[in-house]
Design a protein. Sequence first.
Length: 95
Amino acid sequence: MKTKKFGKHKATVEDMTGHFIPNAERYTITFGNGYGASIIRNEMSYGGSEGLFELAVIGKDGGLCYDTPITSDVIGYLSGKEVGKTLDSIKALQT
């Protein structure tokens, strides 16, 4: 299983073979508190054309979560370092 490091966190590299967007990247991570993140970068993601990442918080049910103190939407235009800091915040969410 391939991983990519964002700060001190290792996210799993998702297989994007056959994806309809060329050069698409997707990474996922789940923390012990049940929350996680989906991190993407492609030509259609917020900031992807500038080499930046878009992050969505994943809830305990495995779906997108829009009701955390972190965000009520996706967060775009993030550098790898900013992704790492956001992952720190997700990991610290109370269950």
